[in-house]
Design a protein around this ligand. Structure first.
Ligand code: TRP
Length: 328
């Protein structure tokens, strides 16, 4: 079966944009492929030498994954730092990764600019560790956002280079699986486009009703349409886009018609939108809290995932060692 691998850095809660983007496609992928979904906690050290509460943030993500419907019986959910095999592959790949190409990576240049006092070797070799994550399972498909394209290109290059250097065909070239093409892009409520954590405009799955209402009521709007059937400006279209995924079709049609008749009252629209988001998020939020309160269960899921990942990893490494010429 074809292998899919996805990695997420433990940087915070999942928001509605993540849900309708990555998560929706994960839920489909878990039915059709052998999936590894892991949390890249080692990668955090490239930017924060002393990240606070790593275990806590990792558990949080696992709880949210489970609450969204990822099934640990179907997929391996694991933590990068639990599967030390990746380090050995990282070392081999680094021996064939060149300073010049690593330095030219845009993400490296950007990070080096952002943290001039901490331009560390881990940051430089971020793409090598990411390639090792992927090649460890000889994954063919990697669901990633557009921002990861260069890292994916590096992973493909390192795979090819390994095969050429050692005259083998051990690693398939991993293909980026851009779910963002098919997925619904959820906008932020501040008119700035995409919903994102760093944009500060996110509605988190774990937000409670009061928080959601507050965020929605603050959404940017305009003075309203002045001509019937006019095109919606972006800030208004944003509200409708979210309405379309969380509300009943009749509700969407109702407000759309009001808009087209220039009779829309944004206050009403926002109130309805807030309630529909609350209705959508509440059951997920309740499941998140339930999982999050049971660390033992979460840790069991991670242990089970790590077992599966180690099994696949050690198979790859045995071949890698033999191919390079080490005792296997
Ligand atoms: N670099 C990815 C990000 O920032 C996270 C990541 C690490 C990853 N290793 C990976 C993604 C392997 C896919 C495959 O989002």
């Amino acid at each position: 079966m074809e292998i899919v691998l996805s990695g997420i850095r433990p940087t915070g809660h999942l928001h509605l944009g993540n849900y309708f983007g990555a998560m929706k496609s994960f839920l489909q992928l878990q039915e059709e492929y052998a999936c590894f979904f892991f949390i890249a906690d080692w990668h955090s050290l490239t930017t924060h030498p002393r990240p606070g509460n790593i275990v806590g943030s990792v558990r949080e993500i696992i709880a949210e994954y489970l609450a969204c419907g990822l099934d640990p019986e179907k997929v391996a959910i694991y933590v990068q730092s639990d599967v030390k095999e990746v380090l050995e592959l990282y070392l081999y790949l680094n021996m064939n990764a060149y300073l010049g190409e690593l330095e030219r990576t845009t993400t490296f240049k950007e990070k080096a600019r952002q943290q001039p006092d901490n331009v560390n070797a881990g940051l430089l070799t971020y793409p090598t560790l990411m390639a090792a994550d992927i090649l460890l399972h000889r994954a063919r498909k990697v669901p990633v956002g557009k921002d990861q394209e260069q890292n994916m290109e590096m992973a493909r290059r390192f795979a090819r280079r390994f095969n050429t250097t050692y005259e083998c065909e051990l690693f398939p070239e991993p293909e980026s699986f851009t779910f963002s093409r098919s997925a619904i892009k959820i906008p932020g409520l501040d008119g700035s486009g995409k919903m994102g954590k760093s944009e500060g405009n996110a509605l988190y799955l774990v937000d409670d009703a009061t928080t959601i209402r507050k965020k929605v009521m603050k959404a940017v709007t305009d003075n309203g349409p002045t001509e019937p059937n006019s095109t919606k400006p972006e800030v208004i279209q944003n509200l409708f886009t979210i309405l379309e995924v969380v509300s009943a079709p009749e509700v969407y049609d109702h407000f759309n018609e009001q808009y087209n008749r220039c009779a829309i009252r944004y206050g009403d629209l926002k109130k309805q939108l807030a309630e529909d988001i609350v209705a959508f998020c509440t059951p997920i939020r309740e499941r998140i809290l339930e999982y999050a309160s049971d660390a033992t269960r979460i840790d069991k899921v991670a242990a089970q995932g790590a077992d599966k990942a180690r099994e696949s990893a050690s198979r790859t490494l045995r071949e890698v060692r033999r191919t390079i010429g080490f005792r296997s």
